[in-house]
Design a protein around this ligand. Structure first.
Ligand code: NAP
Length: 490
């Protein structure tokens, strides 16, 4: 059985209850996991609080050595971890290995921060006075993560938190908890002291809730749906804890009249149907200039019909299952909504009934045409292999349509006109822009996050992540030996 990891020990929840993790491609049970309660969260928070003082005083380069060792172990175990990831959440093996690689990249990047974590020194306005700022850890971090990037996203939170000197209570998605437990085991074997990283397994209600509401937690770092993020922000408000939210998306690819259509097609297929559309960065709207619509639409339909669904471990599979039955039903519900709204179904639109699909949660790659920007399928996050074609007559209209949703994570533009590219880079109201590439492919050394309903002002990854996991402290040292009054004795 997979257990919680609290204060350096693998322990079963006192609830005595368990839950199962299964393979969405074929129903195979992968393992049984302990199902935690608020009491387990209490113990995890206590352990993290107790470990905090010693960990924050451990020199950052020493903290980083644990991350370097963990990164090395991930490199050595990459294939095994990738296969486990495919079996637990369904994405095809090359994408699963990419998920692990992103975790490795983040681990090494943040390990490097152990010898940087730069502050500032600035000139003081008075003589014989020194002014500087340093980063300090926030305290105990509650990390709550989704299932769609079950390795990379936890590393996005754990690694910057730990290298900066925070201790952590980690609540992964119950869909992908075996992989999460394996990550924690890697951190343990890399030499993390007891209590610095604690794992509590179980569903959002009650486990995630207990993490959010616990007064001993100083920062909640959450990635998941906008609905849950909103409720977390409200629940955390009375205690004024810091809350960093990375939530949904409704991303678009803009294809202009001068685009290279073969290139755009590759980006569209990869961005709309990679990970079966279950990426916060998935392209669920294709905003096309009227002059390319007919040819590009035909090319898309032709390509989608050739996509092979199946077990992500098979080299012949292009697209795996969606993660569970409720996700499958949600995607199908949106197909019905789209039809009711008057959109035209060009491809897919149903649960896969082909041979090999019967034991898993497979949905046919789905394309809607004649979509009006105000339709629900053009506004709401579906999180499945469904994309909507919207036709426009100009770049200005394309940008307006892109910006007019409640989300603002990613947009991409295909054009061969440098003026259009720069205009779009300036006017697209999102956190990430791609030019002549699809909507997916973020690298860990730049900030990641979005606007409106996607994020709440914070960014993950890159140097920006350090602003989430640290507090600034400004320090003035006056060595004049007399009272000097800033702004007065000038
Ligand atoms: P979710 O249902 O919101 O769950 C995310 C995490 O929150 C899970 O660990 C979940 O636990 C937990 N949770 C659920 N209810 C909670 C509550 N009341 N209090 C505290 N925690 C709670 O999202 P998901 O279905 O796992 O992931 C898909 C979503 O993530 C999509 O909306 C996607 O866009 C978003 N996402 C965003 C980004 C980004 O960076 N912007 C990246 C990836 C994914 P259980 O599931 O175990 O109950």
């Amino acid at each position: 059985m997979y257990k919680n990891y609290i204060n350096g020990k693998w322990t079963e929840s006192k609830s005595g209850e368990t839950f199962l993790s299964g393979n969405p491609a074929n129903g195979e049970t992968l393992g049984e996991l302990t199902r935690s309660t608020a009491q387990d969260v209490e113990e995890a928070v206590n352990a993290a609080r107790q470990a905090f003082d010693a960990w924050r005083k451990t020199p950052a380069p020493r903290r980083a050595e644990v991350l370097f060792r963990a990164g090395q172990a991930m490199v050595e175990r990459k294939d095994e971890l990738g296969r486990l990831l495919t079996r637990e959440m369904g994405k095809v093996l090359p994408e699963a290995l990419g998920d692990i690689q992103e975790g490795i990249d983040m681990t090494f990047y943040m390990a490097g921060e152990g010898r940087r974590l730069f502050g500032e020194t600035v000139p003081a306005e008075l003589p014989n006075k020194f002014a500087m700022s340093v980063r300090e850890p926030v305290g105990v971090v509650g990390a709550i993560t989704p299932w769609n990037f079950p390795f990379a996203i936890p590393t996005w939170k754990l690694m910057p938190a730990l290298v900066a000197g925070n201790t952590v209570v980690f609540k992964p998605s119950s869909e992908t908890s075996i992989l999460a437990a394996t990550l924690v085991q890697i951190m343990e074997e890399a030499g993390l002291p007891p209590g610095v990283l604690n794992l509590v397994l179980g569903p959002g209600d009650p486990v995630g809730d207990a993490v959010v509401e616990h007064p001993g937690i100083n920062l909640i770092s959450f990635t998941g749906s906008t609905d849950v993020g909103r409720s977390i922000m409200a629940k955390a408000a009375p205690s004024l804890k810091r809350v960093s939210l990375e939530m949904g998306g409704k991303n678009a690819i803009l294809v202009m009249e001068d685009a290279n259509l073969d290139l755009a097609l590759e980006g569209i297929i990869w961005s709309a149907f990679g990970t079966s559309g279950q990426r916060c960065t998935a392209a669920s709207r294709i905003i096309m200039h009227r002059s390319v619509r007919q040819s590009l639409t035909a090319m898309m339909v032709d390509r989608v019909r050739g996509l092979r669904l199946g077990d992500g471990l098979l080299p012949t599979t292009d697209m795996g299952p969606v993660v569970n039955r409720s996700q499958l039903e949600k995607v199908h519900r949106y197909t019905q909504i789209g039809l009711k709204e008057g959109a035209k179904l060009l491809s897919g639109g149903d649960i896969c009934g082909r041979d090999g699909c019967e034991r898993g949660f497979f949905y046919l790659p789905t394309i809607f045409d004649d979509v009006i920007p105000s339709m629900r399928i053009a506004q709401e996050e579906i999180f499945g292999p469904t994309t909507a074609i919207i036709t426009v007559d100009s770049l200005e209209e394309a940008v307006r349509v892109n910006n007019d949703t409640g989300f603002g994570l990613v947009a991409s533009i295909y054009t061969s006109d440098v003026n259009k590219a720069f205009t779009a880079m300036r006017d697209l109201s999102v956190g990430i822009v791609y030019v002549n590439a699809g909507t997916i492919g973020a690298e860990i050394q730049l900030p990641f996050g979005g606007r409106r309903g996607t994020s709440n002002g914070h960014r993950e990854a890159g140097q920006a992540a350090l602003d989430v996991y640290t507090e600034w402290k400004s320090i003035y040292v006056d060595y004049s030996g007399r009272l000097q009054r800033a702004q007065i004795d000038v």
